[in-house]
Each structure stands twice: as C-alpha cells, then as structure tokens.
Design a protein around this ligand. Structure first.
Ligand SMILES: [Zn+2]
Length: 415
C-alpha cells in the first residue's frame, strides 16, 4: 500500500479512537499531503544528529549503571533535569515516590512480570515473555549481580554503592500545545539501569531519544497544536515503579485546568504513550557460545510492539502502523516491524488506559527472550561495546518517533 493512503487510514482511525473528534484542517493537510509537497515535520527530523545523540548517551553513561536507590542514580536525575532546563523544555518537574521493596523482590517483582531466564543460556522451544513464542533453544541469562564482574576498574568504582530503599525521583517536562494544551502524547525512556556496566543500551539509548526530542521540540521556532510529555522514568528495572508512580499520581489530574481560567493544564489528557527501551543492538541470534554476535545484522530493524491482550489493543495496533509508516517516510537507515507482544517495559502501566507502544531493537519476547541481546543487564553494556551502526539504529528510532509525533501534534517550524 502506498504511504499516504496508509497514513491517512491509520491516522483517521487513530485520532478518532484517541479522543479528538475530528482532524483539524491543518492536520488533515499534513496527513494527506503528497510526498513531494513541503512537509512541516521534515525540518524537525533533519535536526537530529548522530553525534549529538551519542553525546547524550555518553552524558548518561558517566553515571555508570545508574541503579535506583544510589547517589549515581540521583546524580543522573540532577543531570537530566539540568539538560532539560538548558534545552528550554517547559514545566520541568520531578515526580516523587517511595520505593521500599520486600527483601526478596528483584527484577520483575511487585507489579511487573519477570522475563524467562536460564543460567546456562539454554531452554526448550516454547512460550516466551508477553505471550510470545521462542522457537530456538537460546534463553537470556539472568542479569549480573556482582560488581566484580565488571573488568574496568573505573566503571567498577562508579558502580560500587549498593541500592537502599526510600524516596525516589524522576524528571518530566512538556511541550505545551498552542491550540489544544489540554491534550498530549507521552514519550518515555527509563534512565535507571542494572548490570554493573554503564547501562548504555538499556536504557541510555532510549532516554537519549526522549531527551533529543525534548531538545528539538523546545527550540524557540517550533510550535505544536497539541502537547507532548517527555518522561525519564526511574525504577524500571525493579518492576516499572517509576512509571506506575506517574500513572497513579498524574492520571487523576488529566485535562484539569489549574487554576480555573488560567489556560494551564499541568497534566493534559493522555492520547497515547510511546516507550523507548534498548534501541541499538540488532545483531541477530547469539554465537554458539551464547555471546553477542559481533556486528549489527544487515537485516536490522526497529520493533514497534503493542499488547494485543490490552484494553486498547485495536487503537494501539493502529498507532503501531502509524509509527511504521512514519519510519518509511522519515527514517534514513533502518526499517521498522510491528509485533503484538509488548511486555516488560514502562508502557505496560498505560496499556489499559490509552493506546500504548514500545519501540525496541528486537522483539522483547521472542528475540531478546531468545538471547538476541547478550549485553542485556551485563557488564558489557558499556560505551566501548558499540559502534556507529548500533548508534544509528537508535537515531533511526528517534527519526521515526519524531516524525510520527510531529504529525500527531501538528508541529510546524515558524518561518
Ligand atoms: Zn530497559
């Protein structure tokens, strides 16, 4: 199917499902304009830059694995907040919550559901995370749990402090819409990590997409009709606690004008949520000894997943194909594929509230579950493991989301 007809079909269904009763004339023009016409979103996508994306990832990597409940995690939260303010992002705020797990609760504890791991990296073909099916006998190993597993003494030193229970914070900011400031899409990535490395792929790579989009949408010549929330979740690795805290605290505030008559909406009504988690490694199945295959595979793609068992399955599926169409329109390097088994990421708390997606390097269940990313929660998730082909997969995801969200919010660059 040609791009424009697919986008039109997807966007009409999506917008009808997501809340706004009709497309504005401007949005309709954006959605149906031929490929050769001036596209108001393209100049924004063109502002993405591989070196800037890499530098933002490096900025996060300086805080090691950013494990929640440590000073290195709090320092990273401070750094993210300073960056967002420097970009000019509006309404920079912190969500504050408590995290006090039972002593035995680890990854997947609480309200999350853990992945299926195997200590020796082997299993029998069968069910994987999120309702997926794993056809191979490869399995993820559990995350590293010993700081001494990190061979680099400088990184090991940064990661020494263990986690302690207590208060946690995460940073959010907003692009306020000019026409519908009371409605927004949420763009997320998680800034915390585990595994005694630098949490570069999981998930500086997704957090940097959120931060780069916040930077570009905050430029003074950029206007959007609808609002965009930028969220840098904490505590993803302990069971999505930061995303749950946001949903619990901010959900009831949706669409309320505070104070009345002010035109200000601290929490616009949610129209959709898009998470970015592990955006760089599509090296294919592991080598025979279970190690990371050395190179990005030629068939590398972005995996856009929705939860087919969720309340908003149909609307999320439409949104997923809208994202895929945006990839065909705006991405420079890698294609995108859609799958039905979104799982184990911060879009999960939103999936029964609004249309929700996750973008990843691989399908979370069938592929990462089959050990397609042996850097996952391991000491090799460090800057020196990755090259430009890996970073480019992340930047391609940024192009895809910027293009898609730019169209949905009616973004324009002021002349
Ligand atoms: Zn992650």
């Amino acid at each position: 199917m040609r791009f424009n007809s697919l986008v039109m079909a997807a966007a009409c269904g999506l917008l009808a499902a997501a809340g706004p009763s009709s497309l504005s004339a401007q949005q309709r023009a954006v959605v149906v304009s031929p490929d050769t016409a001036y596209d108001p979103v393209q100049p924004l996508v063109d502002r993405l830059d591989l070196e800037r994306y890499k530098n933002t990832i490096k900025g996060l990597a300086q805080f090691g694995d950013r494990r929640q409940g440590t000073k290195r995690n709090r320092d990273a939260v401070d750094w993210i907040e300073a960056q967002l303010k420097q970009y000019g992002c509006q309404n920079v705020e912190r969500i504050t919550y408590q995290y006090a797990p039972a002593p035995t609760a680890g990854r997947g504890g609480g309200r999350g559901r853990g992945p299926i791991t195997s200590p020796n990296g082997r299993g029998t073909p069968g069910n994987g995370p999120g309702g997926s099916r794993i056809f191979s006998d490869m399995r993820e190993r559990g995350g590293a749990n010993d700081s001494l597993s990190q061979p680099d003494p400088a990184i090991r030193a940064i990661n020494m402090e263990p986690t302690t229970p207590g208060e946690r914070q995460e940073v959010i900011c907003m692009k306020v819409g000019t026409k519908y400031p009371n409605e927004m899409y949420i763009i997320g990535g998680h800034m915390d990590g585990i595994g005694w490395g630098q949490a570069v792929n999981d998930d500086a790579s997704g957090s940097a997409i959120v931060m780069e989009l916040a930077r570009i949408f905050s430029m003074p010549d950029v206007q959007t009709e609808r609002s965009i929330r930028f969220a840098l979740w904490n505590n993803e690795e302990t069971g999505l606690n930061g995303a749950h805290a946001y949903a619990d605290q901010r959900g009831p505030m949706q669409g309320k004008e505070i104070p009345p008559g002010s035109g200000k909406y601290p929490e616009p009504k949610w129209l959709g949520m898009i998470q970015h988690d592990m955006m760089m490694v599509d090296h294919g199945p592991p080598t025979a000894d279970g190690k990371l295959a050395p190179n990005q595979r030629p068939e590398a793609d972005i995996n856009i997943e929705f939860a087919i068992t969720s309340k908003f399955a149909d609307e999320s599926m439409k949104l997923a194909f809208f994202w895929r169409a945006a990839n065909e329109k705006f991405a420079t390097h890698y294609p995108a594929a859609v799958g039905p088994h979104m799982t184990n990421t911060d879009s999960d708390p939103f999936k029964d509230l609004v249309p929700s997606l996750s973008l990843r390097e691989n399908e979370r269940g069938s592929q990462i579950g089959g050990n397609w990313d042996p850097t996952h929660h391991q000491p090799i998730d460090v800057l020196t493991t990755f090259n430009d082909k890996d970073y480019m997969l992340g930047l391609t995801s940024a192009q895809t989301t910027l293009g898609a969200i730019g169209r949905l919010v009616g973004a324009v660059v002021q002349k």
